[in-house]
Design a protein around this ligand. Structure first.
Ligand SMILES: *Cc1c(COP(=O)(O)O)cnc(C)c1O
Length: 359
């Protein structure tokens, strides 16, 4: 008797790199510990948001509104875009998966900077598409010229992560315009704006104006970071109708739960308060970056709610020193460490650890 054949996933599935989630801190009897490893918002949800979510919980026997009517209407009003130009999903990570799945055949190429968001190679490999990683330039910035030069006949999608997770710098509108002028119109340009609300710089990109001017541009945004809804999984894309329609066509039916939809709508209503908190985080970021630079660290421009320590092969050692001080950061072995801007006490400890770290 021959051994029975077992079902085999497609070979690309076995090649999917693991997503390394930010570790939660271990409880310590001696001190309060903080999680600075996932770029989460340290503030609790605004009161109106909890109430809206609670009201939706009472309806859990019903399927969510598949059309996301209230959410699309609120976003459309807030952004000044037609609802047909929107596609919501379970976090903007889901939208990245959908974009690759909707636009790439197996073997088609997706160009993006590296190091950048670790979900990109996962989503691309999961679809059977091919990653083309373009090394970051000096200052841990996107090398948009090299990215444009990396486009081939097989390229279907290019991703621009701005600000770049995990390194921090954002591209300027002038840089993005020059890049878009070089990208063939048949190539979809994904502008991942997960940290948009934290950007404070001259010539910051205007994503909405950019998408309006370019039918091949899609913006991805999220309620996970500035809006503080990481646990509820809501993100959205803004694009011209053919792109948005493709995303909605392949999305998981009923993916965004009723509770998440209600919380997202309430968060948009609470936006003035949320943006005050963002302002406080931006001020903390400036304080942390100044403290680190004063201590002699070469910290790239930080436009998100995190800072990047370009530590090379000492990344794990630095992360261990942070652990010791009761703060958990996100090391990328052999490359660097990303630390989120969190509670004031946590930020203070981060600067202290960095000051004391022997270099
Ligand atoms: C956090 C993050 C996202 C979105 O995460 P979701 O929680 O899935 O919305 C997207 N892109 C980047 C670069 C991120 O850092």
């Amino acid at each position: 008797m021959t051994e029975a054949a077992a079902p085999q996933p497609r070979p690309n599935v076995l090649a999917i790199p693991a997503y390394v989630p930010g570790k939660p801190p271990a409880a310590r009897p001696d001190l309060t510990t903080y999680k600075l490893s996932s770029n989460e918002n340290p503030y609790p949800p605004l009161p109106g948001v909890v109430e809206a979510a609670r009201a939706a919980v009472a309806q859990m026997n019903r399927y969510p509104d598949m059309g996301g009517t209230a959410l699309y209407a609120a976003l459309g009003r807030r952004l000044g875009v037609p609802t047909e130009h929107l596609a919501a999903a379970t976090g903007s990570v889901a939208l990245i998966y959908q974009l690759v799945a909707a636009f790439c055949d197996p073997g088609d190429e997706v160009v993006y900077a590296w190091r950048s968001f670790e979900a990109y190679p996962i989503a691309i490999t999961a679809s059977g598409a091919t990653s083309v990683q373009v090394p970051l330039a000096a200052g841990a910035r996107h090398d948009l010229d090299a990215m444009a030069a990396a486009i081939t006949d097989r390229t279907k999608v290019v991703i621009v992560c701005t600000p770049n997770n995990p390194t921090g710098p954002a591209v300027t509108q002038a840089e993005l315009n020059a890049f878009l002028a070089k990208v063939p119109s048949r190539v979809l340009v994904v502008v991942d704006e997960a940290y948009l609300e934290f950007v404070r710089m001259d010539d910051a990109i205007d994503g909405l104006a950019t998408y309006r001017a370019h039918p091949n541009v899609v913006l991805t945004r999220t309620f996970s970071k500035a809006y503080g809804l990481a646990g509820f999984r809501v993100g959205y894309a803004v694009a011209h109708e053919p792109v948005a329609a493709a995303l909605r066509a392949i999305t998981l039916p009923f993916g965004v739960s009723s509770v998440a939809q209600a919380a997202a709508v309430a968060s948009l209503d609470a936006e003035p308060d949320l943006l005050k908190r963002v302002e406080a985080l931006v001020a903390e970021r400036a304080r942390v970056v100044a403290g680190l630079r004063e201590a002699g660290w070469d910290i790239p421009e930080a436009q998100g709610n995190f800072v990047w320590f370009p530590l090379g092969d000492r990344a794990l050692e630095f992360a261990a020193a942070c652990d010791e001080a009761g703060i958990v950061v996100r090391p990328f072995a052999g490359d660097g460490v990303r630390a989120s801007i969190g509670e004031t006490e946590a930020n203070d400890r981060l600067v202290e650890v960095a000051r004391a770290f022997p270099r």
